[in-house]
Design a binder for this molecule. Structure first.
Ligand SMILES: [Zn+2]
Length: 351
């Protein structure tokens, strides 16, 4: 689906959205097919629940999320294919297998190689033909089991995989400058482009990380504008240990200001990394603390390594735009970001 579905629309697509949202428990009393105020409220409530941008508009991301949310475990056969299968049925499968002590990966709803290997291991242990396909037989076996062998929860396993205390020496860090090429990102009130700021900041961060002993790669060249999936795919192919995506925040209200950092919804490592960077940025640049938040952005979800999206300022705020145009300020910002990454890699979390 390419077209946006918005309030005021009257179409079969609206009917589809309404019936799916109703199945998910949202109340809608608009006439079927008419995108009125109660459909708008339901879309916003759904977006909020799924950590999407809350705008009440059904664009490609919200539509995909609605479709994914509609799958229940056992509705379909899950197997390894490209692109990977996605949905809430995969989340349920990962939860069950992880609880049983198999390693199905973090509960991201993506049926990738880890989930495939976990299904095979489950089938082997329970005497089911070992084909890595989650179909009716495997579902029946899984449904009949009590969760009596509590394994290591997925988030602890993610911790172990990305063990703290190693420092940055030899770590492969992918820095992802947002936008690029023809996509200039958001423009500030006096015309500073998000893409240019992200590029400059990325090169400053990359230099400093390399100075700290890390191996550093950028997710793109300057004239390129890869999709979020392509950026995540490149980071995965390179075997990234860490991904730092750089963007700027924007708001119709020009006084909106400050730094926010986003991490994948269920990634503890990502959350700790986001907190560590945010702490240093706020301390060293004196900007307003808009905190770290869970988000379901594609770049955060599709990367295998812990990832954060850093939005250190609002380019729509005239004062912050001025600072973003100042290379010394960006250098200070890069210092703070790298300090946060180092602290996270060396010390990890206090709890
Ligand atoms: Zn951006």
């Amino acid at each position: 689906m390419q077209r946006l579905i918005v309030q005021g629309d009257h179409s079969d697509e609206v009917t589809d959205v309404q019936s799916r949202l109703r199945d998910l428990g949202f109340e809608i009393d608009d006439e079927p097919g008419r995108f009125g105020p109660s459909t708008f409220r339901a879309v916003r409530a759904f977006q909020q629940r799924r950590y999407l941008l809350v705008d009440g508009i059904v664009g490609p991301q919200t539509w995909n999320a609605i479709v994914e949310a509609s799958w229940h475990l056992g509705d379909r056969t899950l197997y390894l294919k490209r692109p990977f299968m996605r949905g809430d049925d995969v989340v349920a499968l990962q939860q069950r297998l992880n609880a049983l002590g198999f390693d199905a990966g973090r509960q991201d709803g993506i049926f990738g190689p880890l989930a495939y290997a976990a299904v095979r291991a489950f089938q082997r242990e329970y005497g089911i033909a070992e084909d890595g396909m989650f179909g009716p037989r495997t579902n029946a076996a899984l449904a009949g089991l009590r969760v009596d062998r509590p394994g290591i929860p997925a988030r602890i396993r993610e911790e172990l995989r990305h063990r703290h205390g190693r420092g940055l020496a030899g770590e492969l860090i992918v820095v992802d400058p947002g936008h690029g090429g023809d996509d200039r990102g958001v423009l500030g009130p006096s015309g500073v482009a998000e893409a240019d700021v992200c590029w400059t900041l990325a090169t400053l961060v990359a230099e400093r990380l390399a100075g700290a002993g890390a191996r550093v790669r950028l997710s793109r060249t300057e004239p390129e504008d890869p999709t979020e999936e392509e950026r995540a795919g490149r980071a995965n192919e390179m075997g990234a240990d860490l991904v730092l995506s750089l963007h700027l925040n924007s708001n119709p209200e020009p006084t909106a200001e400050g730094s926010s950092i986003y991490h994948w919804v269920t990634s503890t490592a990502g959350e700790q990394l986001a907190d560590a960077i945010q702490h240093e940025v706020v301390t060293h640049t004196g900007c307003r603390d808009c905190r770290a938040h869970p988000r379901s952005y594609t770049i955060l979800r599709e990367t295998k390594a812990p990832a954060v999206m850093i939005e250190p300022a609002f380019i729509t705020n005239p004062d912050e735009e001025k600072l973003l145009d100042d290379r010394d300020h960006l250098a200070a910002l890069a210092d703070a970001i790298v300090k946060g990454v180092r602290r996270w890699a060396e010390v990890g979390s206090a709890h």
